[in-house]
Design a protein around this ligand. Structure first.
Ligand code: DX5
Ligand code: ZN
Length: 220
């Protein structure tokens, strides 16, 4: 199964609810929420009040991606705000296993992410502690960038590693620069959770954009 997770970073925040509803109508499986602090990444986005509002109005799972300097400080509030999946960056964790365990103790799916410059092997010790691994396919911080093709080599290596361990259907998420023209390449490399920001919310017909992406993902 392929999960499509549109990133609201590219949405019109003045009409966020309508746009999330349109993505859901188009068949989105979850909604990706990018939290940025202006320290870990050179951009500031949105935070926990928005997650709380979305979770009180929508039942679609919220796939929350923390791009912040000290994620351990904010894990509790992120979980309590309504995250269903919570992704933290390995580059900022002192003890990744304990952070993932803390997330799980809230009944939230723990996930770990790595930026393009971080080796894929660095997450191998945490494959079992996490329910998902998010492989960044652009430098984190901004929507609308072009995919870095070498990051799909990391996805392939990770899929081979989880297969070697007998973990069927393990979630591998790709995030950044995914559009209809390259989504099938990401899936062929082994990704099964696909974040798409501008390719969905930059389209005047959000629901059709999600459908088009799913069709493109499934044809190759
Ligand atoms: C980038 C974010 C992404 C971004 C994706 O730092 O993590 O989730 O919103 O947007 P597109 O699909 O436009 O690259
Ligand atoms: Zn993201």
């Amino acid at each position: 199964m392929i999960y499509i997770s549109p990133s609201i970073l590219a949405s019109d925040f003045a009409i966020l609810g309508d746009q999330v509803a349109a993505a859901q109508a188009g068949g989105a499986n979850m909604i990706h929420v990018d939290v940025m602090d202006g320290v870990f990444v050179p951009n500031i986005s949105i935070g926990f009040p928005v997650i709380k509002s979305l979770s009180s109005h929508f039942s679609i799972p919220l796939d929350v991606h923390l791009m912040i300097d000290d994620p351990d400080r904010y894990v509790d509030i992120a979980c309590e705000s309504g995250a269903d999946i919570l992704t933290v960056h390995i580059e900022r964790l002192k003890d990744p296993a304990s952070t993932l365990e803390k997330i799980r103790s809230h009944g939230v799916h723990p996930s770990i992410s790595l930026s393009p410059g971080t080796s894929i092997e660095s997450v191998y010790p945490y494959i079992r502690e996490a329910d998902m691994i998010l492989v960044m396919t652009v430098e984190p911080g901004f929507g609308g960038q072009h995919i870095l093709p070498e990051t799909l080599v990391k996805v392939r290596k990770l899929r081979d590693e989880v297969n070697r361990r007998g973990l069927r259907n393990y979630k591998i998420e790709v995030d950044g620069g995914i559009r209809a023209s390259n989504i099938a390449d990401a899936v062929a490399a082994g990704a099964n959770v696909i974040v798409t920001g501008s390719a969905v919310f930059g389209d005047p017909d959000i629901a059709s954009a999600v459908k088009r992406l799913r069709d493109a993902a499934e044809t190759k």
